[in-house]
Design a protein around this ligand. Structure first.
Ligand SMILES: *[C@@H]1O[C@H](CO)[C@@H](O)[C@H](O)[C@H]1NC(C)=O
Ligand SMILES: *[C@@H]1O[C@H](CO)[C@@H](O)[C@H](O)[C@H]1NC(C)=O
Ligand SMILES: *[C@@H]1O[C@H](CO)[C@@H](O)[C@H](O)[C@H]1NC(C)=O
Ligand SMILES: *[C@@H]1O[C@H](CO)[C@@H](O)[C@H](O)[C@H]1NC(C)=O
Ligand SMILES: *[C@@H]1O[C@H](CO)[C@@H](O)[C@H](O)[C@H]1NC(C)=O
Length: 504
């Protein structure tokens, strides 16, 4: 035992009464403390290399300063796609246990996040929180019970689908914007970052500070379509690839929203009592200029580029800040982590998430040593796949997904300047052309080889066996993918050209 360890663990007998008084005071202070305000911010499709704290070419000063004054989660994992990640955030269950493992919930599919699962805002609301949501839902809306204000949110301002025009709020052949349960014409026209900035100021200004606030804030940025007001585009004169230049501007516009959030929290003297949780929902979407370099792959793939994302926690309870935390954190962990931060005890022995609150606040070892990237045996239109992490190792079986390389931010893409090196991307148009990846088998030591260059599958059969055994265990919990065909009843033609519930 080192001297330091001894010093911390041996309490001199004469010091005992003092020690206990001190301990008691700490306990009283914690127990009587007001519950904190909580902001859970999700930036859509923000890749590893798309934020200033990982890439100095991106201008995101507000996000960066929160990250640097907090704890950056250096190994924060999510699902490779929007609906699966959001379902994990909101339920603490892996999507393969919810039937949401295959793809996103498409606009006309009669599907929503299972109604028998308790969502995070429901628990917070029950424990006295005011709960508000601004932004993208994407957990289904075919009937009213599926929508945010029926699932734990006091108020909602945003859209139901996967994506829409940043100005006109059109997705496919319908408009998509709701305030609570009502369609909202007023949202049509202005750039969405400005609107979410206005909305977050309103929510915080109108909040009664004696009640703890939970704000779920999954903004539209920086998902495609690539759209940004000129002044943000002008911030990046040195970027020669036009799409990347627009995309970078979109990150800066999103960063401005974060700045407005911080400013209004400070105005209301709430900032010091607020814990901010920040993550992306999946990696950057490479064909739309999201970037994950030097990680491999991107959104829709189970490579690290699709699943390891920028994330951080900011708030007073952190014992040490300005550091990167290397412990494992998975999308299913946010739910119990946020509840513990809020001082709420809620137990569901069946859930997959583990609270990381103590680990993050004290920078101690993560309680997570393994997680499932995904299990998906639903083979059409895309191929099935499975991937798991156990300790330092990652096993991939089957189709890793759409594109499999390493892409730099200044690389050009098909449709812009065709580049033969990126022929993989044509898989977007023809998912079957890469059927030679269907039987892929990969084993990577992520600690030594975080960018997945060296496939050890044939070299380490014992490790493969061990990970396969864990995978088999998880397979026993899997439910079939809930991925029905589009229902014509959901067509906006039936709802005055708005995307609306009421057809399932
Ligand atoms: C868009 O929002 C910004 C920021 O709130 C506001 O200043 C501007 O007037 C709005 N523009 C339109 C066209 O509504
Ligand atoms: C563009 O590059 C030049 C030369 O490296 C540099 O001095 C300038 O600061 C860059 N401009 C921006 C806006 O990043
Ligand atoms: C492209 O970006 C990479 C990594 O960001 C950098 O190493 C390389 O020099 C850049 N190439 C050009 C031509 O700018
Ligand atoms: C699939 O085929 C492409 C093109 O021939 C090749 O580059 C790639 O390595 C193959 N992938 C596998 C897993 O064999
Ligand atoms: C996928 O696995 C589930 C659960 O084991 C099973 O019910 C389903 O039939 C499988 N689907 C396919 C297409 O193999």
């Amino acid at each position: 035992m080192s001297y330091d360890v001894l010093r911390y663990h041996s309490v001199n007998k004469t010091m005992m009464p003092l020690y206990f008084t001190f301990l008691f005071l700490i306990l009283v202070a914690t127990a009587s403390g007001k519950p904190p305000h909580v902001v859970f911010m999700v930036v859509d499709d923000l890749g590893w290399n798309d934020v200033g704290f990982n890439n100095p070419d991106i201008k995101s000063p507000n996000i960066d300063s929160l990250a640097h004054d907090g704890v950056i989660l250096n190994h924060a994992y999510v699902q490779p796609l929007c609906s699966p990640s959001r379902s994990a955030f909101m339920t603490s269950y892996y999507p393969f246990r919810l039937g949401l493992q295959h793809m996103v919930i498409n606009a006309q599919q009669p599907v929503c996040a299972p109604l028998d699962k308790t969502l995070l805002p429901q628990v917070l609301k029950k424990n006295g929180y005011a709960t508000h949501m601004l932004g993208k839902w994407h957990l289904g809306f075919c009937r009213p019970e599926c929508t945010p204000t029926h699932r734990g949110f006091d108020s909602y301002f945003g859209y139901y689908n996967s994506r829409e025009d940043y100005y006109v709020k059109v997705q496919g052949n319908g408009l998509d914007f709701h305030i609570n349960d009502k369609i909202n014409w007023n949202a049509v026209g202005n750039y969405s970052s400005f609107q979410y900035g206005d909305a977050v100021e309103n929510v915080v200004r109108q909040h009664d500070v004696t009640t703890p606030l939970f704000l779920y804030f999954p903004i539209q940025s920086v998902h495609e379509p690539l759209e940004v007001p000129l002044r943000y585009y002008d911030m990046y004169p040195n970027i020669t690839i036009d799409g990347r230049r627009i995309f970078s501007g979109m990150v800066s516009a999103a960063d401005e929203v974060v700045g407005r959030l911080v400013k209004v929290l400070k105005e209301k003297a709430m900032f010091d009592d607020t814990i901010i949780f920040f993550t992306a929902d999946n990696g950057g979407w490479v064909p739309y200029h999201g970037n994950n370099y030097p990680l491999r792959g991107g959104k829709i793939t189970i490579w690290e580029g699709g699943t390891r994302v920028p994330a951080f926690v900011h708030g007073k309870p952190l014992q040490k800040t300005g550091v990167r935390y290397d412990g494992l954190m998975h999308a299913v962990d946010w739910f119990p982590t946020i509840l513990e931060a809020a001082g709420i005890s809620y137990s569901d022995p069946k859930r997959d998430g583990i609270s990381q609150w103590k680990s993050i606040t004290t920078l101690s070892a993560s309680k997570r040593t393994e997680f499932v990237y995904n299990l998906d045996n639903h083979t059409t239109p895309f191929q099935g796949h499975a991937a798991i992490r156990v300790g330092d190792f990652k096993l991939i079986e089957g189709y890793p997904g759409l594109y499999n390389g390493w892409y730099k931010p200044n690389d050009s893409w098909p449709g812009e300047k065709p580049n033969p090196d990126y022929s993989d991307l044509h898989v977007q148009m023809d998912p079957y052309s890469y059927s030679n990846w269907t039987n892929f088998k990969g084993l990577y030591n992520i600690r030594d080889d975080p960018y997945e260059h060296t496939n050890l599958y044939d070299k380490l059969p014992e490790v493969v066996k061990k990970l396969q055994a864990r995978m088999s265990y998880y397979y026993t919990m899997m439910v079939p993918a809930n991925y029905p065909p589009k229902d014509p009843k959901g067509n906006p033609m039936n709802f005055d050209l708005w995307w609306q519930p009421g057809w399932c």
